[in-house]
Unconditional design. Structure first.
Length: 457
């Protein structure tokens, strides 16, 4: 197989993974737009909604990621991802048929479990698809952008669906004529699952095949720490600021749409379309800022660039979150949200590449799963906290929910700014240590590889 064919196959694989990520975000975000009609249908309290959006959608995923990552390290990653896609599509459809809070929570948990494997699987496939460091960095940035834009598309398409479904009910099958529009939206979001799973199986086998584990004869013993030893030494180095920043976003993504509906009496469809555009613009702006930062300061700061610029951008994001309750018109809240996403998105775009480097190659997949678990745990409490604050502030007050969102989000983002600043030097030392370990292990394995591989002619 020539180099051009290999490169084309890698970019095709990345394209498929990008499409999967976008549709996964749509399945995940559609409940956010549907919250108000769902709340009315089941007479839910804000605390119950917070439990669904927090514990149901995030806390469970923290524990589900590890067994899926373990399986992906031993079985064809394409197969594991295809099964996950079918499972989260089925869970999305099940939420469309929910009859009460328990059914809705069960469907949400199923969605969270299945989607927990997406990040670890994709970020462990990218180094195999793009061995070259520059191409790998570009691929990481593209996939991150797709995941973030997918969240914006999820809101936008969900809002558009709510606009269109009401006027198109007569065109639906007779069995669906009596369905509420939000149920139809869930069922439509689940439809692409089968096609997406089939697309994943079209990725080249070498891009989904786990790295072979060395045998006793071919291993280079004594090189590199064990996973638990590395985890004990470096667990908080990068995870703490990443988790704090992620925790700041959870209240925004889970609660901003219903908060806007209550504060400004807007329809779900209008909010979804507007938020989709705002978040999409914010993500694009953040990725553009990340690219500019790499071009201007990448050579100076290297692998800790995201931490160096992130501490300043996180302060801007914290200020924007704190300004939300002061908005007297929808455009003010949308502007603050877009700037928050652009500022924080810039350093989030740079972090995946660092996570791929802060562990020796042999530990990479498990460290990525650990990163995802910590981030997920950090985000689980935010939506529940907002629900509790809303009840305390008065959930029937038009601006109470927007104030609760700001109180839960802004302090977390300010903490992230502090942690990003103090983590830069420890991460720099860790990167140097890991590179030395990988170089040492590669040198030790080289004579063994020459002995066991057939000579080329």
């Amino acid at each position: 197989m020539n180099e051009r064919t290999t490169r084309t196959g890698a970019w095709f694989a990345l394209g498929v993974l990008v499409v999967v990520s976008v549709f996964a975000a749509i399945d995940r975000q559609i409940l956010t737009i549907a919250i108000e009609p769902v709340r009315a249908a089941f007479a839910l309290s804000d605390l119950q909604i917070g439990l669904i959006q927090g514990l149901g959608l995030t806390l469970v995923a923290a524990f589900a990621g590890f067994p899926l990552a373990w399986a992906a390290d031993r079985i064809d990653r394409r197969l594991i991802l295809a099964v996950c896609i079918l499972a989260w599509s089925a869970a999305t459809a099940a939420r469309g048929f929910a009859q009460d809070f328990d059914h809705l929570m069960a469907g949400t948990i199923g969605l969270a479990v299945a989607e927990a494997g997406l990040g670890p699987i994709v970020y462990s496939m990218i180094p195999a698809m793009f061995p070259d460091a520059a191409q790998r960095a570009r691929a990481n940035l593209i996939f991150f952008s797709a995941a973030m834009i997918g969240g914006a598309l999820g809101m936008g398409l969900a809002g558009l669906a709510f606009r269109l479904i009401g006027g198109a009910m007569a065109w639906l099958p007779a069995s669906m004529q009596g369905f509420e529009p939000w149920r139809v939206a869930f069922l439509l979001a689940a439809l692409p699952g089968l096609a997406l799973a089939a697309m994943v199986t079209m990725i080249r086998p070498e891009h989904g095949r786990p790295s072979p584990r060395p045998s006793v004869q071919t291993a280079a013993p004594g090189h590199g720490p064990s996973f638990l030893a590395h985890l004990r030494r470096h667990a908080g180095t990068l995870a703490a600021p990443n988790s704090a920043a992620s925790a700041a976003f959870a209240p925004i993504t889970a609660w901003l749409a219903p908060a806007m509906a209550r504060r400004f009496a807007l329809a779900p469809g209008d909010i979804g379309v507007a938020l989709g555009g705002v978040l999409g613009a914010g993500v694009i702006g953040g990725v553009a800022m990340a690219a500019i930062a790499v071009r201007r300061w990448g050579a100076r700061h290297g692998g800790i660039l995201g931490l160096r610029v992130g501490r300043h951008l996180a302060l801007v994001a914290a200020l924007c979150a704190g300004l939300l309750p002061l908005a007297t018109a929808p455009w003010m809240a949308y502007a603050a949200t877009g700037l928050m996403f652009a500022s924080a998105g810039a350093f989030f775009a740079l972090l995946p590449g660092v996570w791929q480097e802060v562990a020796p190659a042999a530990l990479r997949a498990r460290m990525l799963a650990f990163s995802g678990a910590l981030t997920t745990l950090a985000t689980a409490g935010g939506p529940v906290l907002v629900g509790g604050l809303s009840v305390w502030l008065g959930e029937h007050e038009p601006g109470g929910l927007l104030l609760a969102v700001a109180l839960a989000s802004a302090p977390c983002m300010a903490l992230a700014a502090l942690l990003l600043g103090v983590s830069a030097e420890p991460v720099r030392r860790l990167l140097a240590e890991v590179r030395a370990l990988d170089d040492e292990g590669a040198k030790a394995r080289l004579p063994i590889a020459k002995a066991v591989l057939p000579a080329s002619h």
